[in-house]
Design a protein around this ligand. Structure first.
Ligand code: ADP
Ligand code: MG
Length: 235
């Protein structure tokens, strides 16, 4: 029953977003068609046009893959996992990009108990989205701090703090709305997807920001739960 309810809620989310997705995909498709028609008319392939077509295809691909994270009906397994391990995986995934842009990650913890009840792949996606945003906000490089703490005995808190461009006050309401982006190659889906995933975990996501000083995202997630029965994980 619970599972059914969750699925139908997800479907509503997907349904509401479908119109927006269709719109966002139609633009690059129109460009693609235009260039293909031009090539047919000229009867030759222009490498510059091909480059544009490839980047438009890449854009469609990005939108679809971010969207699929929400729509995927694939098995969702909630388990007790150590957030530090998940974060370390994600940081090593992003390390070459960070090095390239003079960005350093610093992780610290006020608590030794860093296990949470989560769906690992979804949580990874959240960290990737948030850390990418932090990196993209620091074109000149700098430090991104990740701190773990216990706001109360039932939750783990995670703050991700950057030294980036920040978010102007008048845009604070807009960020996290589907397709709101300030980036040339942005999809405007990262925060919305992250928010949904965190809600699905019964956690919370909050953003505080100051222009030219930086942004701090605070997540809370339910602490690890006693495991029993078939859900139990064997190592
Ligand atoms: P995208 O990254 O594709 O633009 P997101 O949903 O991840 O989409 O973010 C939406 C917008 O929120 C970004 O375009 C940016 O303007 C703002 N934003 C999000 N995170 C940060 C951050 N750490 N620093 C500054 N701006 C941010
Ligand atoms: Mg993003």
């Amino acid at each position: 029953m619970d599972e059914l309810l969750r699925r139908s809620e997800k479907l509503t989310t997907v349904g509401q977003l479908a119109a927006g997705v269709a719109h966002e995909i139609r633009n690059p498709l129109t460009t693609l068609r235009g260039f293909l028609q031009l090539q047919e008319y000229n009867n030759r392939v222009d490498p510059k046009h091909n480059q544009i077509m490839l980047s438009e295809l890449e854009r469609i691909n990005l939108i679809v893959s971010e969207f699929l994270i929400l729509a995927k009906p694939q098995a969702v397994h909630f388990r007790n996992k150590n957030v530090r391990d998940i974060l370390e995986d994600v940081l090593s995934l992003l390390s070459s990009q960070a090095n390239l842009h003079g960005i350093e990650f610093v992780m610290s913890s006020q608590t030794a108990e860093t296990d949470v009840h989560c769906e690992e792949n979804q949580l990874k996606q959240v960290f990737i989205n948030l850390l990418k945003n932090a990196m993209e906000a620091m074109p000149e490089g700098g430090v991104i701090h990740i701190e773990l703490f216990r706001p109360d005995p039932d939750h783990l808190g995670i703050t991700i703090t950057d030294e980036g461009v920040g978010i102007p006050e008048h845009q604070m309401e807009k960020v996290g709305e589907p397709f709101f982006t300030n980036k040339e190659n942005g999809t405007g889906l990262g925060l919305m997807v992250s928010q949904r995933i965190v809600e699905g975990h019964k956690g919370s996501l909050q953003i505080e920001s100051a222009v030219n000083k930086g942004t701090q995202v605070t997540l809370t997630l339910p602490a690890a739960q006693p495991e029993h029965g078939e859900g139990r994980e064997r190592d």
